[in-house]
Design a protein around this ligand. Structure first.
Ligand code: SF4
Ligand code: SF4
Ligand code: FES
Length: 493
C-alpha cells in the first residue's frame, strides 16, 4: 500500500483509503475531493470543485466497505478508516448504468458538436462506458441553437441536466451581478429542460464560464463556435493582462498557423479560483490583429532587429557615457513584466527620469465583486515594487507632462490599447518630441518617432507580474515566439 500525505495541517486529520491508496485529509473532506488529491479519477458530471454540491447525476457511485449500498462520492464525507473502491464490478456497473441514462436523450451529433474533443460525456463513455445499450425508445427532441445571451448559444438537447450552469449563475455570477441567476431546469421527467427565465438573457461578464463548466456541448461560445477543432489547438499557460487581478489562463492557439483562438481560466485557488471574466476572454484578439505592428522601424524605415538595437543604443549611449542619464526619460505603462522593466532600467541607468504612465480618468478602486478590477494593468504592483526607493512621477495621461528637457524618451506603450481611452491625445504629446522618442507597442501609433518597435504579448513571452494582492505570478509562453519579434531583454545585448 502506498501512503500519500495531503499538504494540510496535521491535527485532526482523517485517514481514508481509496483503491488501495491511503491519504489523510481535513475533516469534512468528501470522498471525491480525497480521490482528487490522490489523482484517482471518479467519473462525475454534476460535481465541480468551484460549485456547491448537487448530487444529481448519480455517476460517481463507489463502494464503501461496511455500507450495504453504493454511495455517491461527491456527497459522502470521509470518515476515519473508511475504505473505498471506485473501479470494482459493482461500482463500474452503476457508473455504466448512470451513463446510459444520461445518453438516453443525448443526440448523436458529436461530429458537428463544438465540444467534441473536450466533452466529458465522450471522455467518460470511452473511459468507463463502452456498454451495449438496451434502449429501444426514440430520443426526446428538444430546442437547439437557442440564442441565450451576448456570447452564448444553448442546445438543450445535448444537456444532461447536471445543473452546474444553474449553480454557477446562482452562486458565482450573482456575486458580480447582484441578481438571481437567469437559468433554471423547467418541466419534469423526460421533458425536463434547461433554459433561461423569460426575457432574462445571460448578459453578464462571466458568461463564458458556462461554456467551460458545461460537461457536454449544450453551452457553446459564439466567439469560438465552428472556428477550430480543439484537437488542432495547443495550450500555454499565461496571466490575463486585462486587470490587476491577473487571472491564471491558458492560451489556445493553432501551432501551424500561429493563430490564436481563445483564452480559458486555469485553476488558481489563491486568486481567480476556476473563473475569468468575459472582458479577459477577448484579450487574444490584439495578438492576431491586422493592426499589430510586427516590424522594427527607425524613422519610417523597417529595419532588422540588429539595426533597431544599434539605433536605440546610439541615442542613449552618449548620455550614459557622460553620466547624464537624467536627460533620458523612461515612460512605463504597468502592462509589462518585471523582467522587462528591470532590463530597460539596467540599460539606461537608474538616474533616468522615470514616469509611470496610467490612463486618464481610470477608476482604480472599482471592483465588480467577483474578479474584475478597475486597475486595467496586470503589473501595477510589480512596477511599483521595482521603483520602490527610486524617484518617479505617476501621470494620468501624458497631456500635462513636459518632455522638452529630455534628449531621449523611451516609452513602453500599452499592450492593451483599449485600456488607454486617451491614447491618441497622449501620442500627440509624444509626437511633439518625435525625434527623441523610442516607442514599444502592439500597434504603430506614430509614423514620425525616432524609432518604433513591436512587442511580444502576454501569450508569446516569459515573465513575472505581481497582482493586486501582491502575489508574484510567473508565466512561460516564450516557446511560441511569434513573428520573430525579439523580447525587450534582447536590446542592448
Ligand atoms: S446546460 Fe450543461 S451545465 Fe447546464 S445543466 Fe445542462 S449539461 Fe449541465
Ligand atoms: S478579472 Fe481581470 S485578469 Fe481576470 S480575466 Fe478579467 S480582465 Fe483578466
Ligand atoms: S458527481 Fe456525484 S452525483 Fe453527480
Amino acid at each position: 500500500m502506498t501512503t500519500h500525505q495531503a499538504a494540510q495541517p496535521i491535527e485532526n486529520l482523517v485517514s481514508i483509503t481509496i483503491d488501495g491508496l491511503e491519504i489523510q485529509v481535513q475533516p469534512g473532506t468528501t470522498v471525491m475531493e480525497a480521490a482528487k488529491q490522490l489523482r484517482v479519477k471518479i467519473p462525475h458530471f454534476c460535481w465541480h470543485p468551484g460549485l456547491p454540491i448537487a448530487g444529481v447525476c448519480r455517476f460517481c457511485m463507489v463502494q464503501i466497505q461496511g455500507m450495504p449500498r453504493l454511495q455517491i462520492a461527491c456527497n459522502t464525507v470521509a470518515t476515519p478508516g473508511m475504505v473505498v473502491t471506485t473501479a470494482d464490478e459493482a461500482s463500474k456497473t452503476a457508473q455504466q448504468n448512470a451513463l446510459e441514462f444520461h445518453l438516453i436523450n443525448h443526440p448523436l451529433d458529436c461530429p458537428i458538436c463544438d465540444q467534441a474533443g473536450e466533452c466529458e460525456l465522450q471522455n467518460f463513455y470511452m473511459g468507463v462506458g463502452l456498454y451495449k445499450s438496451v434502449m429501444e425508445q426514440a430520443k426526446q427532441l428538444k430546442p437547439k441553437a437557442l440564442d441565450v445571451g451576448r456570447e452564448l448559444v444553448l442546445d438543450t438537447e445535448r444537456c444532461i441536466l447536471c445543473s452546474r450552469c444553474v449553480r454557477f449563475e446562482d452562486h458565482v455570477a450573482s456575486k458580480a451581478t447582484q441578481k438571481p441567476g437567469s437559468l433554471g431546469i423547467f418541466n419534469r421527467g423526460d421533458h425536463a429542460e434547461i433554459g433561461i427565465f423569460q426575457n432574462q438573457k445571460i448578459e453578464h461578464n462571466y458568461s463564458y464560464n458556462l461554456v467551460d463548466i458545461c460537461p457536454v456541448g449544450a453551452f457553446t461560445s459564439k466567439d469560438f463556435r465552428f472556428k477550430q477543432r480543439v484537437w488542432f489547438l495547443q495550450e500555454q499557460d499565461s496571466i490575463c493582462p486585462g486587470c490587476s487581478t491577473g487571472c491564471s489562463v491558458s492560451v489556445h492557439f493553432q501551432p501551424n498557423t500561429k493563430k490564436f483562438y481563445r483564452l480559458k481560466p486555469k485553476e488558481n485557488i489563491q486568486n481567480n479560483g476556476f473563473w475569468m471574466c468575459d472582458t479577459g476572454r477577448h484579450l487574444y484578439t490584439h495578438i492576431d490583429s491586422s493592426k499589430r505592428n510586427t516590424e522594427y522601424w527607425v524613422g519610417n524605415t523597417p529595419v532588422a532587429f540588429a539595426q533597431a538595437n544599434n539605433a536605440v543604443m546610439s541615442l542613449v549611449q552618449p548620455y550614459i557615457q557622460t553620466n547624464q542619464t537624467n536627460k533620458i526619460a523612461v515612460v512605463f505603462t504597468p502592462q509589462y513584466s518585471n523582467e522587462e522593466y528591470q532590463h530597460i532600467l539596467g540599460l539606461v541607468g537608474k538616474a533616468a527620469s522615470i514616469f509611470v504612465w496610467r490612463p486618464a480618468q481610470e477608476t482604480v478602486e472599482w471592483f465588480d465583486g467577483l474578479l474584475e478590477r478597475g486597475d486595467r494593468h496586470a503589473n501595477t504592483q510589480g512596477l511599483l515594487g521595482i521603483l520602490n526607493g527610486m524617484p518617479y512621477t505617476t501621470v494620468q495621461g501624458l497631456e500635462t507632462t513636459n518632455f522638452e528637457q529630455f534628449e531621449a524618451i523611451l516609452v513602453l506603450g500599452p499592450e492593451i490599447q483599449d485600456s488607454y481611452p486617451g491614447l491618441s491625445s497622449d501620442i500627440a504629446v509624444l509626437e511633439k518630441q518625435a525625434g527623441k522618442v523610442v516607442y514599444w507597442g502592439c500597434e504603430k501609433t506614430s509614423t514620425n518617432f525616432y524609432a518604433h518597435y513591436p512587442i511580444l504579448t502576454f501569450a508569446e513571452k516569459d515573465g513575472t507580474v505581481v497582482n493586486y494582492q501582491g502575489i508574484a505570478q510567473q508565466w512561460h509562453c516564450g516557446t511560441v515566439l511569434y513573428r520573430q519579434i525579439q523580447p525587450i531583454q534582447n536590446f542592448g545585448v
